[in-house]
Design a protein. Structure first.
Length: 311
């Protein structure tokens, strides 16, 4: 049996973000040179998942472990990637597919965020600097709640006097709202750290919104701390998710999943089928209807023309 790890990212049209994805792939390969590791994307850039799987199968791979390259478990990790795997099982009935967990809330990722903050804030200023940790934002309250947990864990045992969560899309508080909350709580120094793997449209939007808010509040010093990036800690965590999946130890936490539990305001989602919605860059999805999470408010990294705006 020939085994391989397939890392599945969301995808971006941003060239710098794509380069960082491939840089991370190189780091993963260097950490486990005896393991075949490939990369596929849901949308927005090549290669699509179905092409990557087809190439591996053509080379004799018959045991594929898929790990989603996402930080928190929202619609892509819960719906799109599993639906893609189901499609590939039908296309390649002789291949065994396993599915690993998202990267999740992990101490090593918190440590990496803390490293970014410490690089941006001098030691003499840390006990006076509030932190806003900014997530992508999603319509899934489970994932949004995980970002709040990350903010709390980042605060526990570290010198930062205040750590607040914020979101750049689809959820509140927004970046300006989180900054304003810190100001009203007395902060005169704030560090903003995007809880993002790579750069792209949304990561740059965080910096733009931060700069706009800071210009309106010159009495507050605001610094930008970096996102996670293709860090070795991220690479090692991807491999840890691969190892637990191949060992049969990957267990999803479904205690607050909107598709299993009737949460207030989301009870209509319980039991909904998870279907793979159409991704223009993936020929394997053409003809599929959009899944539940993509009927409204889904903030992909659109090109300006596609979003109906100009620049």
């Amino acid at each position: 049996m020939s085994s391989a790890l397939l890392i599945v990212g969301h995808g971006t049209r941003d060239a710098a973000g794509q380069a960082e994805c491939h840089e991370l792939l190189a780091v993963v390969r260097s950490r486990r040179p005896d393991l075949r590791v490939e990369l596929g994307f849901l949308e927005l850039c090549p290669p699509p998942i179905t092409d990557t799987v087809a190439a591996m199968v053509a080379d004799g791979v018959d045991d594929v472990t898929v790990v989603p390259l996402v930080l928190l478990g929202a619609g892509h990790a819960k719906g799109d990637v599993p639906a893609s795997i189901a499609r590939e099982r039908l296309l390649h009935p002789g291949v065994r597919f396993r599915y690993g967990r998202p990267l999740g809330v992990r101490p090593e990722l918190l440590a990496t965020v803390d490293d970014r903050l410490r690089a941006a804030v001098p030691a003499s200023e840390r006990d006076e600097t509030a932190v806003v940790v900014v997530g992508r934002g999603t319509s899934d309250p489970d994932a949004n709640g995980d970002l709040a947990k990350i903010a709390r864990l980042l605060w526990e045992g570290r010198p930062w006097p205040l750590v607040e969560p914020g979101f750049v899309s689809l959820a509140q508080p927004s970046v300006p709202e989180a900054l304003e909350r810190c100001r009203r709580l007395g902060a005169t120094r704030i560090a903003v750290t995007p809880y993002f793997l790579f750069t792209g449209v949304l990561e740059r939007r965080i910096r733009d919104q931060t700069a706009e808010w800071a210009a309106r509040h010159p009495e507050v010093t605001v610094v930008d701390a970096g996102y996670l990036g293709p860090d070795v800690q991220v690479a090692d965590l991807l491999l840890a998710r691969y190892d637990e999946a191949t060992a049969g130890a990957a267990v999803a936490n479904c205690d607050t999943c909107v598709y299993r539990v009737a949460l207030p305001g989301f009870a209509d989602r319980v039991g909904l089928p998870q279907t793979l919605h159409e991704h223009p860059d993936d020929p394997g999805t053409h003809g599929h209807h959009h899944g539940h999470d993509h009927h409204h408010g889904h903030d992909h990294e659109h090109d300006p023309a596609e979003a109906g705006v100009s620049r």
